[in-house]
Design a binder for this molecule. Structure first.
Ligand code: CP
Ligand code: NVA
Length: 305
């Protein structure tokens, strides 16, 4: 039976820890320049309808270093861009490829693809979720702190795809998560309604509320891909949510600053924070490669040819 990864809840808590253990293993192997054969003879497609630097490159390299064959499929070059249905495309692609990684706008379309696909589908970002990002980020926190117990994570800014998956990731692993967003840019209502650990989620529109005791302070762009028409309006509304020295003046000395990148320096974060001693953004970006290898190895371990 194929396994998809379309949202955080597609994994169980113990599976996530298994993926983290394997991530450590892949990270140490890479230092020795060793590659493996977890994806030997497998071709994995990357169907992207939005730009990407980290996700595309780290997945392509991960597939190669696991012995597989990455096939990059820009959406505009496929017949979907001329109206071929998702259903037919999913059925056809399943005859050529062994897995598919998709970055698109609608989570509904991604789920429709997965419904008709006979091969595992991985969500590489939709407007609603960015689950691979968050799984990799939780690994980075685990690696830096040694444990995910008794941590407090604060997310400041837009209640977007990254924020929605962060809420679900913290819910799955039992981590306290506090969100500061403007009233009109709160996280998805259904995401909030569906979380199990309601006591671990706090939400406020005051950017200063969850700074003092935060172990991790996370932000993301105010203008996600697809929101560009609202840029001017958003920049005005989000101004007081900028992560800067003044906002963080009462933060713990050893807090970790995280950002999924790309950053819009001078908007959601200032240079002194993203380049400062608490920032782990480049380690966070590097871990995308190691953790995604582990996700791929996990999803494809049940397939035998
Ligand atoms: N963080 C992230 O997903 O970056 P890209 O858009 O460059 O893939
Ligand atoms: N929220 C951002 C994340 C980019 C990696 C976006 O969707 O554009």
């Amino acid at each position: 039976m194929k396994r998809d990864f379309l949202k955080i809840y597609d994994f169980k808590k113990q599976e996530v820890y298994k993926i983290f253990d394997t991530t450590k293993y892949f990270k140490s192997l890479r230092k020795e320049k060793k590659i493996t054969d977890n994806l030997k003879n497998l071709s994995i497609g990357l169907l992207f309808s939005k730009p990407s630097t980290r996700t595309r490159i780290s997945f392509e390299v991960a597939i190669y270093e696991l012995g597989g064959n990455p096939v990059y499929l820009p959406f505009q070059t496929t017949q979907i861009s001329r109206g071929e249905s998702i259903k037919d495309t999913a059925k056809v692609i399943s005859r050529y490829l062994d897995g598919i990684i998709i970055r698109t706008y609608s989570q509904g379309e991604l789920e429709e693809f997965a419904k008709y696909s006979e091969i595992p589908v991985i969500n590489a970002l939709t407007d609603l979720y960015h689950p691979v990002q968050i799984l990799c980020d939780l690994f980075t926190i685990y690696e830096k702190k040694g444990s995910l117990n008794n941590l407090k994570i604060t997310y400041i800014g837009d209640g977007n795809n990254v924020c929605n998956s962060l809420i679900e990731g913290c819910d799955l692993l039992g981590i306290e998560i506090r969100i500061s967003c403007p009233e009109e840019y709160m996280p998805d209502r259904k995401v909030i309604e569906n979380i199990k650990n309601k006591n671990l989620l706090k939400i406020s529109s005051n950017p200063e509320e969850f700074i003092e005791d935060a172990d991790v302070i996370y932000t993301d762009t105010w203008v996600s891909m697809g929101d560009e028409k609202e840029t001017e309006r958003r920049i005005k509304i989000f101004k007081k949510y900028q992560v800067n020295k003044d906002l963080l003046k009462n933060a713990k000395k050893d807090f970790l600053f995280m950002h999924c990148l790309p950053a819009h320096r001078g908007q959601e974060v200032t240079d002194e924070i993203i380049d400062g001693p608490n920032s782990i953004v480049f380690d966070q970006a590097e871990n995308r490669l190691h953790c995604q290898k582990s996700i791929l190895a996990f999803l494809f371990s049940s397939i035998s040819y």
